[in-house]
Design a protein around this ligand. Structure first.
Ligand SMILES: [Zn+2]
Length: 157
């Protein structure tokens, strides 16, 4: 047997998976090169067995990075949608609150009938405001809720 022929069976012989033929055994006994090849293969095998950490697939890191990026993008899209909805809701609440304040406290009338209100004096306006106080408080509450929602949306975004 030649060294080249023995090279083909170094791995299985070193791993104990193959019993060398009489010719191979004879070559191994008389050849320092092939004997050290078997010894090296045995050292590599035992080193690999000792460090039994499974290697990551070649594209593992890239795949994980891509997936993380996609997940992050998706969650940002979700946050954006929630933020936009909150902004629309806040804008509607603010508009409603301001509208309520103007309509229910008679402040619209201030713009419309300024001269009349001025001639009747502040007493009428005060009485109007007092009469509409519950609505005024309700409108203010709605406005504060809207501002709170706005603040929350800003903080969440
Ligand atoms: Zn040899």
């Amino acid at each position: 047997m030649t060294c080249e022929e023995f090279d083909a069976i170094v791995e299985p012989v070193a791993a104990g998976e193959m019993e060398p033929s009489p010719a191979a055994a004879e070559h191994l006994a008389g050849c320092l090169r092939c004997a050290s090849a078997v010894a090296l293969a045995r050292r590599i095998d035992s080193a690999l067995a000792a460090a039994e950490t499974p290697a990551a697939p070649p594209r593992f890191t890239a795949a994980v990075t891509t997936r993380l990026r996609r997940e992050r993008w998706r969650s940002e899209q979700r946050v954006d949608r929630v933020f936009n909805l909150a902004m629309v809701a806040a804008a509607v609440l603010v508009a409603t609150g301001v509208g309520m304040l103007f309509n229910l406290t008679g402040l619209t009338a201030v713009g419309r009938d300024t001269s009349q209100l001025l001639s009747e004096g502040l007493r009428v306006a005060a009485r109007q405001v007092t009469a509409q106080l519950p609505a005024y408080i309700g409108g203010t509450g709605l406005l504060l809720t809207a501002v709170g929602a706005w603040w929350w949306a800003e903080r969440a975004g």
